[in-house]
Design a protein around this ligand. Structure first.
Ligand SMILES: [Fe+2]
Length: 203
């Protein structure tokens, strides 16, 4: 058992921390302390690759200067990190196309690699032409698009196209979903407050 933090995890953590610290947005302020105050606890998670990682090369072309580093880092370490999915074929609301093309890499969360029971944060990839149907969860959530984009639909708000560098804030329990277009979307996310392992409820 080694306590030496894996390079991929350390660099992703550093990039996320710098990215959030530099990003000015009123809705992000409440999330900043949780990202700045990392737990020093780190646990090794197994490397698992999913097909979603294959989009990262093409996504570099749709990133903007502020987001390129995060996409590039994830591409560089795509084989060294744990790609996950929350949903399975048993979740009838989720299309087979979404299951075939999405995945996320958690950098901070209750199961590590940086262990926190306050914040869940990482980077997700969603293939072109998929819909993440309307769902809700207790945690409040921030999305910041890193590459590509999607049309976000938040309950009670007009649909909104979010592209690279743009932030979408989802209040606790607000129904939300999104639909990617011709490009895959790479998106940075933060969850805080609420059960961080809660599986979203489709509505
Ligand atoms: Fe969500």
């Amino acid at each position: 058992m080694t306590n030496e933090i894996k390079q991929a995890d350390r660099e992703l953590r550093d990039a996320i921390q710098a990215f959030v610290a530099d990003y000015a947005h009123p809705d992000l302020e409440r999330f900043k302390p949780g990202i700045a105050a990392w737990s020093s606890e780190w646990s090794q998670v197994p490397a698992v690759r999913l097909p979603a990682a294959d989009f990262l090369t093409g996504s570099l072309a749709t990133a903007v200067p502020a987001t390129t580093h995060m996409v590039e880092l994830l591409k560089r370490y795509a084989d060294d990190v744990k790609w996950e999915q929350t949903y399975t074929k048993a979740d009838s609301a989720i299309s087979e196309k979404m299951l075939a093309t999405y995945g996320f890499v958690e950098v901070i969360g209750s199961r590590g690699p940086f262990v926190s029971d306050q914040v869940r944060s990482g980077i997700g990839v969603y293939g072109p032409g998929i819909g993440y149907p309307p769902h809700q969860h207790k945690a409040e959530e921030i999305y910041i698009v890193l590459a590509g984009g999607a049309e976000y639909q938040l309950d009670g708000q007009p649909p909104r196209q979010a592209g690279p560098g743009e932030l979408v804030f989802v209040p606790s329990n607000l129904t939300h979903g999104f639909y990617t277009g011709k490009e895959a979307m790479v998106v940075y996310y933060i969850w805080q407050a609420g059960d961080l392992r809660e599986v979203s409820t489709f509505v």
